[in-house]
Design a protein around this ligand. Structure first.
Ligand code: GLV
Length: 330
């Protein structure tokens, strides 16, 4: 039997790549930048499997150009880059990498929260630029954390891990939004489920962990920032398009909110001349939440397991669309 053919849209850690290469004929996109859509289409044309990244758009046109494709294994927990209904319709399985990046992502949410609250990026830049003139009683004053209220928008795995750190470490009170109550958050963190309006009005810190879908796109706009406290810190480690960026920039410029920490933007990369970079109360990281050696290795292993199960016709260990099972491409 011929070995399955697989396209891997970027170099991923060897722990995953070597497992795939042991069982499949692998073509790896060698560049640092993603394959342009035309190149992606050409490379998957006769493939059985695709390892995609969040920068690769997997849509109906791509699937139709690759009639043998059985599995799309996304090297990410988020899969808004993949048209899942189009995959399901065509019997193409979709896998993702949940769980293994929860702690790394929660660590970055807390890092950004602390950084923005205590003005670290701003004061460090001032120090380096010679603006550290003396110890100033009124210099670089930030916000306290202990005992403050944390609002988690989207109490899933990552929201919970973030809340757990801030509740146990800093004694924060936790309120949250979620479609259904989280017994774990309520029992372990004393968290209270509220409507978004209440969360925005009550929280000293708002941390976003919801996935991107048509109901969450643009969830944070001018009206939402106005509902927040003037001392509030806003953190986003989910997806950039949840936020109306011009509205966020205006809220930061006008003092409607105190500061923001972002690991995700729209677009990515955010061009260097973007107005958000010029705001001292906005700290921006280049989508690095899962970027630790161990986490990326674990993601690669999971991604390989999904891919291999997909080309073999087995159930995917982390299967986004198990409803594709009945119609799986042979
Ligand atoms: C990263 O953003 C991911 O979804 O894994």
């Amino acid at each position: 039997m011929p070995r399955p053919k697989v396209f891997v849209a970027r170099r991923i850690p060897d722990e995953g790549l070597s497992a795939i290469a042991a069982a499949c004929d692998v073509d790896v996109w060698p560049d640092r930048l993603p394959p342009p859509p035309d190149a992606l289409r050409d490379r998957v044309r006769d493939c059985d499997g695709l390892v995609s990244l969040l920068t690769d758009r997997v849509d109906a046109a791509l699937l139709d150009a690759a009639p043998r494709l059985k599995v799309v294994s996304n090297f990410a927990v988020g899969f808004n880059n993949v048209d899942v209904p189009a995959c399901t319709q065509r019997g193409v399985c979709v896998g993702n990498t949940p769980g293994v990046l929860t702690d790394a992502t929660a660590d970055i949410a807390v890092t950004l929260l602390l950084n923005a609250a205590r003005r670290i990026a701003e004061s460090a830049a001032d120090a380096k630029a010679g603006r550290w003139l003396t110890w100033e009683p009124l210099g670089w004053l930030g916000q306290d954390l202990v005992g403050r209220t944390l609002g988690i928008v989207g109490m899933g795995r990552i929201g919970f891990a973030t809340a757990k750190r801030l509740h146990h470490g800093w004694g924060m009170k936790v309120i949250y939004t979620k479609r259904t109550p989280s017994a774990e958050a309520e029992q372990q963190l004393g968290a209270r489920r509220v409507e978004l309006d209440e969360l925005l009005a009550q929280s000293d810190y708002v941390s976003v962990h919801a996935d991107l879908n048509p109901t969450t796109k643009g969830l944070f706009g001018a009206a939402q920032f106005k509902q927040m406290k003037r001392t509030a810190v806003f953190v986003n480690t989910s997806r950039g398009p949840l936020v109306d960026q011009p509205a966020l920039a205006e809220a930061l410029r006008s003092g409607t909110i105190f500061a923001a920490g972002l690991d995700v933007t729209d677009p990515e990369p955010l061009p260097p001349e973007h107005e958000l970079y010029a705001l001292p109360n906005c700290v921006i990281a280049p989508h690095v939440a899962s970027a630790t050696i161990d986490t990326r290795n674990a993601m690669a292993r999971l991604c390989a397991n999904n891919l291999l199960a997909g080309v073999r016709g087995e159930p995917l260990p982390h299967w986004v669309n198990p409803d594709a099972a009945a119609a799986r491409r042979k």
